[in-house]
Design a protein around this ligand. Structure first.
Ligand SMILES: Cc1cc2nc3c(=O)[nH]c(=O)nc-3n(C[C@H](O)[C@H](O)[C@H](O)COP(=O)(O)O)c2cc1C
Length: 356
């Protein structure tokens, strides 16, 4: 029987276990021009025993930022900052992909350079509020992207992927989950377009597919992963019947062949199994059972063949040596939600390792 503690090949690379650190925004890019700091390098290096680390959502361009103090990967300063992170992780024996996250309508113009405003497939405002430097503010109506705007953002992802390689990353995860831009294209309530970028499941899947294709062309398909969250309602998304668009997305990606698919499950195990059946690469599962965070129970998903790898968010915040603890049967530190986003090293680099 395969267990989560067995190695696996991903993109021609051997990972020592099947436990993934899930991408988690920490809003601490206090280095020059929204670049990561020495603390960020220490935080990820502490977690290098993960089979694979996926970084916090990182904007591929200034216009893709939706939260304060999130890092980018579109300037020389940012590449240099991330280089310190990847070096630290590699020296600690780990492997690290960067998650490229364009937040689309989930943002606010006060977070963007002058003259820019949040963009989306259609001018549909999200319910709720966004956290800005001035506190919470209502979401605003996003600007509808035109053909050239879409082409520009796809190209920005490819450029950021090349920067990722220059910064020493082992690969890139395209974020098409959790209500951000690519998910806004996939979902019918946020994509009202009738042109080639909407209207049908294929049309709605096209943007995510084009971004993955552009990234794969830039750095190689084996180094390219994709994160999706069918049916997930984050960011005011409503997908009453998600399957057709996600199957269309996988069909569009058949000729591309990305290395892994990272599924954030929203309770629909049958859909996960359908996606697994149709995706030839590595399937990473973030099971998100309702009412609790992922825990040791999810290791069984590798044993019973539901997934090739499992990812953990919250447990990795608080347990830098999570694979050893999972193997041991615990114990587990508890994550402090108050220090998730922003702040100093408290709740960031000070969670103890076993015996530490
Ligand atoms: C503090 C925090 C920040 C997160 N930021 C991101 C992010 O940047 N990108 C993303 O895809 N998911 C993000 N997530 C979602 C996690 O990747 C994961 O799907 C979620 O926490 C559920 O897994 P868990 O039960 O193991 O925590 C975040 C979660 C947390 C707790």
């Amino acid at each position: 029987m395969t267990t989560a503690f067995d190695p696996i090949d991903l993109g021609g690379r051997r990972l020592p276990n099947r436990i993934v650190m899930a991408p988690m925004t920490r809003s601490r890019a206090y280095g020059p021009g929204l670049s990561p700091t020495a603390s960020t390098a220490a935080y990820y290096a502490q977690r290098a025993s993960a089979g694979l680390i996926v970084t916090e959502g990182t904007q591929p361009s200034a216009g893709g930022q939706g939260y304060p103090d999130t890092p980018g990967l579109h300037s020389a300063e940012q590449v240099a900052g991330w280089r310190r992170v990847t070096d630290a992780v590699h020296e600690a024996g780990g492997r690290i992909f960067v998650q490229l996250m364009h937040t689309g309508r989930i943002g606010h113009r006060s977070l963007l350079p002058d003259g820019l405003r949040p963009v989306a497939p259609s001018p549909v405002r999200a319910k709720g509020s966004v956290w800005t430097a001035a506190g919470p503010q209502e979401f605003e109506e996003p600007a509808e992207l035109d053909e050239s705007g879409i082409a520009r953002i796809v190209a920005e992802h490819a450029a950021a992927a090349r920067n990722a390689v220059a910064a020493g990353f082992d690969g890139v995860e395209v974020h098409a989950a959790n209500g951000y831009l690519a998910h806004q294209f996939l979902a019918p309530n946020t994509n009202r377009r009738t042109d080639g970028w909407g209207g049908t499941p294929e049309g709605r899947a096209r943007f995510a597919a084009e971004v993955v294709r552009a990234v794969a062309d830039a750095i190689g398909a084996e180094r390219t992963g994709l994160r999706i969250s069918p049916g997930n309602t984050l960011g005011d998304i409503d997908e009453p019947d998600p399957e057709p668009a996600y199957l269309a997305l996988l069909r569009a990606l058949e000729p591309v062949g990305p290395g892994y698919l990272h599924v954030v499950e929203s309770g629909d195990r049958a859909l996960t199994l359908e996606l697994r059946k149709r995706f030839p690469g590595v399937l990473v599962l973030n099971a998100r059972a309702s009412g609790r965070h992922n825990g040791p129970q999810e290791l069984a998903l590798v044993e019973d063949g539901t997934a090739d790898m499992v990812s953990y968010g919250t447990l990795f915040v608080a347990n830098p040596d999570l694979p050893a603890r999972l193997r041991n049967g615990g114990p587990y530190n508890t994550a402090d939600r108050a220090t998730y986003y922003g702040g100093d090293d408290r709740g960031y680099t000070d969670y103890p390792a076993l015996g530490g």
